[in-house]
Design a protein around this ligand. Sequence first.
Ligand SMILES: Nc1ccn([C@H]2C[C@H](O)[C@@H](COP(=O)(O)O)O2)c(=O)n1
Length: 166
Amino acid sequence: MTRRPQCIRWDDYFMGTAILAGKRQKDSNSMLQIGSCIVSPDGKIVVGVGHHTVIDGFDSSCPDYWCHAISNAMVWANRHNLNDCILYTVTYPCNKCAQLIIQSRMSHVHYMNKWQCDGSETTYSQKLLSEAGISCREYLPMKDIEIDFRRMDPALFDGSSALSKL
Ligand SMILES: Nc1ccn([C@H]2C[C@H](O)[C@@H](COP(=O)(O)O)O2)c(=O)n1
């Protein structure tokens, strides 16, 4: 087998899935398009994805009205038992999400943005996760992932899709 140079690693696949989930965040007043992806212990199956979003029925006026991507990924997981699952998350877990990660018995956290470690929301999360023995590592991308819908299907050029009008 000749390996395609474009073939992505599982790590990029799952962090890419987390980033894609974050793109569901629709409030243009918020800069944050954060997503998370929970993966099975053998690292092959997406167990759940979630994005940073306003709590259903609330408005975006107050930070307490937002539900974090990690919490949403847990709520929307397709199984109850998250034992030893691996979490891919765009930002470092906040204090509350760290508590949930520990309680759900996930074992690894891969995060993308270290800058999130410095705010007050993450004052305790590093300590909590480390004392609970949960391994946390900064994710280092190996490849850019590009999704070009038009290359997937030439019919998207023929005027029948909204994409052909862009
Ligand atoms: N995989 C999922 C499924 C649902 N959610 C949450 C986010 C919202 O509270 C709600 C509806 O999402 P929307 O259609 O407004 O983007 O469901 C999630 O985070 N992850």
